[in-house]
Design a protein. Structure first.
Lengths: 275, 431
């Protein structure tokens, strides 16, 4: 093996990432175990958070602003959107400061740095699963209570794909930000409110069907649109998602993940000199 | 690369940019860029510590600091190489580059085999997790697969002498247990090339010995080890070769004993701590002319060995006859505490009653070995009679170093004791 100065050409070493797959698993286990050891309520938090958020959205956007929930009970509508969005935001925010947060570790031992973002994406799935279970039970509850809601089992077919797609998207954006925060520390502060703004530009508190035609093109470039809409339509049978929307979203995500990997690999070789 | 060469460094340099790179904020970057665009000096360039220190001046050009400067060497399979050099010489940077923590600025390093680096014990240990969980986590961080850790788990626990506490969160461990467990994981790595940085300085003596033994065993299997340490005793004991890094360059590379003696030699020669001035007309009745810290052989130096005594030479000139004269000496620790006060002519010494004739005098005092522990000291010397202080010289600094590694090896530290005294203990078996 040859150790070279950081060059212009970046080679992606995915083979060595695969060799360190056990490490990604260990990081995942560490995050999982410490979360449950350090919090009293443990997994309950994953239920409380979307429930209260959904309630807030219901009051503010449902009752006061009177925004439609696509014909669904507001609670199901909001929770379904929130769980996709949460997973994306989790991957994004936890990866945006990978180098500075892991400086102790990265400064002492080498392993492919990409292992950390991958383990973050894995950790986020735990919350996602719990929140999906909440959504599932709530839906069943609504059905039993005689609400005109229907639970489509196609969701189980779509969900793995949606999760994988969002993981790629969140990690991709996170990698770009993490590579930039090595150089520009203050970007880490910006990322919080940028994520907040991004949420309002995504169909989380409103369905895309409510968006005026002339603004719809925006959502073709917002890669989190398709998964949010798809989860809802595959689960509750609401209006389907256009293929063009999926395709453009996929292209955008592809560009993001590739540039993320590129920037991250470029940054990792000398990141420890500056953090 | 030859077949038995496992590490080959070719013209490796590592340059750090001082000041400018540490902006960390977009705002300041824009500020710098704007200043540069108008031809103004960069408002964010810091005056780095290295530029203030005269010592590293050669390695500093503008705001670039050369941590490693054109380093080349070849290490063969099975070599155990001790890397030595003073603080900031570039030893750790070299290890960081070989272990791929950071990339070199220029040059190449070729490696033939799996590398494991041990720059710290217990990297990634999480206090909330149990010993068992941490063994698996730390093993994975160091590059072991899960099966590998599972296979060696019993051995690791046994080596660490942890016993039934393996399922206790490590936050409840004593620091000794923590270090033992952490080192034990590392000791069971089976890389072709092992990089070790000063990690043996922690832990109790018995365990240190055990680790040294373990490392020796590892070396016998044809594995290559790079071992950075200030502890020359263990380097001498362990290593087959020595690599002296001096101001970012390869100072010497070869047989361990030879490199170590070159290193000690170099210590004794470098930058003597001397104060000197010539006599002027305005000089008072008594003037201090020279103050020098000398090693046991009488050569001026700024670094003295803990295990050797050292001498302070003081020269002064008297313009007129003076009575009751004495030279006073204070040795002050870097934080201001005075450790030693000594007078050349104590208050009640009969000599003090005599009148000292005008002329040039030399007073010297020998400080015995093992009195001052390792660290930086400042010397302050005054010349006075009973009621008048004629002259004071201070801020001659010297360092007590422990090249032999006694203090470190015994697990002592400056924190623990100001003095380097070795007291005669007596241990008897109680009947």
């Amino acid at each position: 093996m040859l150790i070279k100065p950081r060059g212009k050409v970046v080679t992606l070493d995915l083979k060595s990432v695969w060799q360190y797959r056990d490490l990604a698993w260990m990081f995942f286990k560490r995050d999982f175990n410490t979360f449950f050891k350090q919090t009293i309520l443990g997994p309950i938090w994953y239920v409380i958070q979307p429930t209260l958020t959904a309630l807030t959205y219901y009051v503010v956007f449902g009752r006061i602003a009177n925004i439609s929930t696509d014909g669904l009970p507001p609670f199901l509508f909001y929770v379904s959107n929130i769980l996709v969005w949460n997973y994306f935001a989790y991957c994004l925010s936890n990866n945006s400061e990978v180098f500075s947060k892991n400086a102790n570790l990265f400064g002492k031992v080498y392993f492919p740095r990409l292992v950390v973002p991958i383990s973050v994406a894995m950790s986020g799935v735990v919350a996602l699963c719990i929140q999906f279970a909440l959504l599932l039970f709530a839906t069943i509850g609504f059905v039993i209570a005689g609400n005109p809601v229907r639970l489509h089992l196609t969701v189980f077919l779509f969900l793995p794909f949606i999760v994988l797609y969002v993981a790629f998207l969140g990690v991709g954006v996170g990698l770009i930000v993490s590579a930039l925060t090595v150089r520009f520390r203050d970007l880490a502060y910006a990322i919080g409110f940028v994520t907040q703004l991004w949420m309002y530009a995504s169909p989380v508190v409103y369905p895309i069907s409510q968006v005026p035609e002339k603004y719809k093109w925006v959502f073709y470039f917002n890669p989190i649109t398709a998964p949010i809409e798809s989860l809802r339509s595959s689960m509750f049978g609401t209006a389907g998602v256009h293929l063009e929307l999926w395709l453009t979203n996929l292209v955008v995500t592809g560009i993001l993940i590739i540039s993320g990997l590129f920037l991250f690999s470029r940054a990792e070789s000398t990141a420890m000199d500056t953090v | 690369m030859g077949n038995d060469v496992v590490i080959k460094a070719e013209n490796v340099s590592k340059e750090y940019q001082l000041g400018v790179i540490n902006h960390g904020t977009l705002y300041r970057d824009l500020q710098s860029w704007w200043a540069k665009a108008r031809g103004k000096p960069d408002p964010n360039t810091e005056i780095s510590e290295a530029s203030v220190y005269g010592k590293n001046h050669k390695r500093l050009t503008g705001d670039h600091f050369l941590a490693l400067d054109d380093v080349s060497f070849e290490i063969k399979r099975g070599d155990i190489v001790g890397v030595i050099g003073r603080n900031g010489a570039g030893k750790s940077t070299l290890l960081k580059i070989i272990s791929r923590i950071t990339a070199p600025s220029r040059g190449y390093i070729g490696l033939n085999g799996r590398v494991a680096s041990l720059l710290e014990v217990g990297t990634g240990f999480h206090p909330e997790l149990t010993g068992r969980e941490n063994v698996f986590l730390n093993g994975a961080i160091l590059g072991m697969s899960r099966q590998e850790v599972t296979r060696k788990f019993e051995q690791i626990v046994e080596f660490a002498e942890i016993g039934q506490f393996i399922d206790t969160p490590v936050k409840r461990y004593s620091s000794g247990m923590y270090v033992r467990l952490a080192f034990s994981v590392a000791a069971h790595l089976e890389p072709e090339i092992l990089l070790v940085d000063e990690v043996l300085a922690v832990g109790d003596i018995n365990f240190q010995k055990k680790c040294l033994g373990r490392m020796k065993e590892v070396g016998k299997d044809g594995r290559t080890i790079l071992f950075v340490s200030h502890n020359l005793a263990s380097i001498k004991q362990l290593c087959t070769k020595g690599l002296l890094i001096d101001d970012g360059k390869v100072g010497s590379f070869g047989e361990t004993g030879k490199v170590i003696s070159e290193y000690i030699e170099y210590f004794n020669k470098k930058q003597p701590a001397i104060f000197e001035r010539s006599l002027t007309d305005e000089a008072g009745a008594a003037t201090l002319l020279r103050l020098a810290v000398c090693n046991s052989r009488g050569e001026p130096t700024d670094q003295v060995e803990l295990t050797e005594g050292f001498i302070l030479n003081i020269e002064y000139f008297l313009k007129e006859p003076l009575t009751g004269l004495s030279v006073g000496l204070q040795i002050i620790v870097d934080d201001g505490m005075v450790t030693v006060i000594s007078l050349s002519d104590p208050e009640f010494a009969p000599e003090r009653l005599q009148t000292r004739m005008p002329g040039h005098y030399i007073s010297s005092v020998k400080i015995p070995k093992n009195i001052l522990n390792t660290g930086m000291y400042r010397v302050r010397v005054g010349i006075s009679s009973r009621f008048t202080i004629y002259d004071v010289v201070e801020d001659v600094s010297f360092e007590v170093v422990d090249s032999v590694g006694i203090v470190q090896f015994m697990g002592w530290d400056r924190k623990g004791s100001l003095l380097g005294l070795q007291l005669p203990w007596d241990v008897k078996h109680k009947q």
